[in-house]
Write a protein that binds this ligand. Structure first.
Ligand code: ACO
Length: 382
């Protein structure tokens, strides 16, 4: 009898490459982009600066940032063909439409695959810039509203909100949107980044990779968790019902979305940052959002008591995002689409790094079925 090989289910604990882009310290609850603490970036930086950092590996000086901003702004507009495509699918799932549009962006590029790093950074800038424009257009059409063109006087995050809502956001909302973009920009080899790398390891183009990333992001175990979490809060309804709901869910072996993580066995630092914003938005939020805030804080307390230290299940980035997105005027059906818009830079940075030393991903599976079966013609099968 042959010995069974060891299977690392879900590639748990398996290293797939070496990278200088992102460090997730799951024991200490720390996150770094290119060596910089996420707390510092969220407080002091901007999404544009973080994009530069992730793509080029260093913080830009003033001139570099100005040039980079110019390039980003120059790529914001989307083609009429793309608008027609989005309009044709305006009732479909928003992330499905974004993913389809991402495939279509490559049609406008005469040479979607390039081995040249500078060219790939140009392509990445195109993807980073156009994705929020597409996401906002999808959001507008979903509400039966007209698409709004980008405004070059606005920064990346505030321009996204402007294209979605139709009015220029105030400073406080622009900062919050920017922080949400920064926190969702990158997170090492998660499922969607891995999917991106797998696609691009075949030397498929960067658009194909980002499309694969968006496909993997969709599920409730990954980028769809923020939507699932807010739907749960809606089901709970009254904050007073929170503890009973959680108790029953756990007794029924149901997962509470927005908690738990493959790598973090303590509080996700992104969730910690987002939690501080709940307090800041309270005074200006309506009853529904304030209810969600109360529910999320009660659920957080109970989950930490029940599963935190004992099972390593703590809030992740998706738990507190819901009330914050709603406060910004982003409707539930658009949550994962916004996440995808922010994550484009992470996916692209990883592809560009991986292509420097590309190796086709081709793992093995252990075959445990039968062999050498006799072929029976269809007429003789019962
Ligand atoms: N609520 C209740 N129990 C949980 C939760 C949760 N959110 N997460 C994990 N558990 C339990 C599982 O039921 C399982 O229990 P068991 O051993 O008694 O069967 C145990 O913890 C291990 O869970 P797995 O899902 O096998 O562990 P994994 O490492 O694959 O978990 C995952 C990672 C998939 C994120 C998981 O925690 C989960 O499903 N969380 C909810 C979805 C979510 O919030 N996803 C977003 C992650 S962040 C991001 O992608 C942006």
């Amino acid at each position: 009898m042959t010995e069974q090989v060891e299977i690392k289910e879900g590639l748990d604990g398996v290293y797939i490459t070496r990278s200088t882009i992102c460090k997730v310290d799951g024991q200490q609850g720390k996150l770094y982009y290119r060596g910089y603490k996420i707390e510092d970036l969220a407080e002091k930086s901007s999404y544009e600066e973080v994009c530069f950092l992730l793509l080029y590996g260093k913080l830009p000086n003033k001139t570099e940032l100005e040039d980079f901003n110019k390039k980003l702004k120059g790529e914001r507009k989307i083609s009429e063909n793309l608008k027609m495509l989005i309009k044709g699918f305006s009732t479909a799932n928003t992330l499905d439409v974004l993913r389809t549009a991402m495939s279509a962006i490559s049609y406008d590029d005469n040479q979607p695959y390039s081995a040249d790093e500078t060219e790939n950074i140009e392509k990445a800038i195109r993807i980073i810039s156009k994705t929020p424009t597409i996401a906002a257009a999808i959001g507008r059409l979903k509400q039966g509203k007209e698409i709004i063109e980008p405004d070059d006087s606005l920064g990346h995050a505030e321009n996204f909100l402007y294209m979605l809502i139709g009015s220029k956001p105030d400073k406080e909302k622009s900062k919050l949107m920017d922080v949400m973009f920064i926190l969702h920009a990158e997170h090492s080899s998660n499922a969607s980044t891995f999917a991106t790398l797998v696609a691009c390891s075949t030397l498929a183009d960067i658009y194909a990779g980002v499309t694969a990333g968006m496909a993997a992001l969709k599920g409730p175990l990954h980028g769809g968790a923020d939507e699932a979490a807010i739907r749960m809060m809606r089901e709970i309804g009254n904050p007073e019902n929170t503890e009973t709901y959680i108790e029953e869910a756990l007794a029924g072996k149901r997962k509470i979305m927005g908690f738990g993580h493959r790598v973090y066995k303590t509080y996700d630092p992104r969730a910690r940052i987002l939690k501080t914003y709940l307090d800041k938005i309270k005074a200006n939020s309506g009853e529904e959002i304030n209810n969600f805030i109360s529910i999320s804080l009660r659920a957080e307390k109970m989950m930490i008591e029940k599963l935190g230290k004992s099972h390593g299940i703590w809030p992740n980035v998706d738990f507190f995002s819901g009330p914050l997105y709603l406060y910004l005027g982003i409707r539930i059906e658009l949550f994962d689409t916004v996440f995808a818009s922010a994550r484009t830079v992470g996916w692209c940075s990883h592809v560009i790094e991986y292509w420097k030393n590309n190796k086709l991903f081709r793992p093995l599976e252990e075959y445990i079925g039968e062999l050498d079966l006799g072929y029976t013609p269809i007429e003789e099968r019962t």
